[in-house]
Design a protein around this ligand. Sequence first.
Ligand SMILES: [Zn+2]
Length: 212
Amino acid sequence: MSVSAKRLMCDQCRRAQSACICHWIRPVEHQVEVLFLQHPLEVNNAKNSARLLHLSLPHSRMTVGEKFDADELQHLLYDSSNERTCTVHPVLLYPDTSADHKVSLPPPWPEAADSSDHVYRLVVLDATWRKSRKMLYLNPMLQQLPRLPLADMPASHYAIRKAHKPDQLSSFEATCHALMQLENDADKYLPLLTAFDGFVAQQQAYRPETQV
Ligand SMILES: [Zn+2]
């Protein structure tokens, strides 16, 4: 890459500066940590909104891959991310597809016995539906996690926004809804969803022929 081409890239969102999306970043002080496992095919996808959300969530982490090294994944899922030691409860944002899969969520936030010693870590597979199934298949450790199926979301949360079916939600929207649910706080995340609408409008403006 030439120097001039490099200068045209935004370091933060990693898009061309002319297509920078950083003005849609809305930092939010969230309690539930987030781990984005991004499929390699999503990295350069213009519709990729997970990175935008990652930039708005200070307690989030993003790693790219399809099949993860077991030790690495163990660290990503369970290690405390800050200096204080706390027990991390990873929860996979994923439909409860298997009838015999036991969904065993820890006590709902913030009713955990001592919430300062416990933290949820929402694990988001940022991929197409087909690729997310493959990621699950390739990483047995992910199959063992308790799941947060968005289909069980209270209808009121959807009423806040346009009528989207759960399986039509982007990673950005699905993650916001999951955080609303886990933290029992919808208002905190509404500015992010509003920003997401602006992001989508910006993407569509680049492709006027695309109807979504
Ligand atoms: Zn940017």
